[in-house]
Design a protein around this ligand. Structure first.
Ligand code: 13P
Length: 334
């Protein structure tokens, strides 16, 4: 399949992406909240619960982002996860960055690592059937951040990753995330809009410089939101409008789709905002979800580490997937 055909299939109307690519430190944090250790077996069971939610996977999910461990893993009965996903017509994707590390200097920012050896790793992932990949850059807002240096370094790394993916026949999902835990004074809705626009402008500049085919990639941005500690309380429609305006200004129409991250919003907020954005008419690209937490929060709690809870957890996951599927068409109502 061509890069554009894969990207379009990921953006199939009424479907979105499940981000199940929590790194080991992240899944350890998620499991710790429900008092579970992060063992190989529990990670396998948890992901098996999600992937065997066949109604949700078949009807509402176009692709799943996996870790390398999961891409190569088998369910408890020996069926490779890749075979389960293939039966459900879900495209397997792979997280290829190695995480965000402190940027040299005093700004408190992060730079994503993982370019060394990436070309070889991508060849292997392509052989294993990965149709798309993900690389997450983290942009911090504080008194002095983001700095120009950090925006440029992260944009440049995203572009190098993206062109390597395309060379391997894999669709790059380009994820520059402006994170929401800035201080009240400096992270209003407007500040987030300005920083998100600035970051996207730099990302597309670097993508073009690197020769990335914009019709063979997807963008995974943050929504434009006030920081978690901000006193700013915009309405759902304000957030949708501001998010759309920033994207409209910066994202070329050649990009086949935009799939948002949930970034710590509550499950309902993530759904409501996506639906409000999709109610806006005549958008140049389709817009859907690529959620981790906002699809998994309730299911993770209900699973609680026990295979006998699979059905209950799967029902909760299916419900969220269905709500976000409606939101991807602008048809969700509270
Ligand atoms: P959240 O939706 O939980 O923010 O995760 C999406 C993701 O893939 C972050 O990289």
């Amino acid at each position: 399949m061509s890069l554009n055909a894969i990207a379009q299939k990921l953006m199939e109307p009424g479907k979105g992406i499940l981000a199940a690519d929590e790194s080991e430190p992240t899944i350890e944090k998620r499991f710790a909240k429900i008092n579970l250790p992060s063992t190989l077996e529990l990670r396998r069971d948890y992901r098996e619960m999600l992937f065997r939610s066949s109604h949700a996977m078949t009807n509402y999910i176009s692709g799943v982002i996996l870790t390398e461990e999961t891409l190569k893993q088998e369910a408890a009965d020996g069926t490779p996860f890749r075979a389960i996903l293939a039966d459900e017509d879900v495209i397997p994707g792979i997280k290829v960055d190695r995480g965000a590390f402190p940027m040299p200097g005093e700004s408190g920012e992060k730079i994503t690592e993982g370019l060394d050896g990436l070309r070889q790793r991508l060849e292997e992932y392509a052989r294993l059937g990965a149709g798309f990949a993900k690389w997450r850059a983290v942009i911090t807002i504080n008194d002095i951040a983001p700095t120009r240096n950090n925006i440029r370094a992260n944009a440049h790394a995203l572009a190098r990753y993206a062109i390597l993916c395309q060379e391997a026949g894999i669709v790059p999902v380009v994820e520059p995330e402006v994170v929401g835990d800035g201080d009240p004074g400096n992270h209003s809705l407007e500040r987030c809009a300005q920083v998100t626009g600035d970051v996207l402008e730099n990302v597309f500049k670097e993508l073009r410089l690197a020769g990335v085919d914009l019709s063979g990639m997807l963008l995974k941005p943050n929504m434009v939101l006030p920081g978690v500690n901000s006193r700013d309380r915009p309405s759902v429609d304000d957030i949708a409008q501001r998010t759309y305006e920033v994207l409209r200004e910066q994202v070329p129409a050649a990009v086949p789709g935009i799939a948002f991250l949930s970034g710590g919003q509550t499950d309902e907020e993530a759904t409501a905002h996506l639906s409000a954005i999709n109610k806006i008419q005549n958008k140049p690209w389709p817009i859907t979800f690529s959620y981790g937490r906002a699809l998994q929060n309730v299911a993770l709690r209900l699973w609680a580490g026990r295979r006998e809870n699979f059905a209950q957890a799967q029902a909760a996951f299916t419900h969220r997937a269905k709500m976000n599927s409606l939101a991807a068409s602008g048809e969700w109502t509270p």
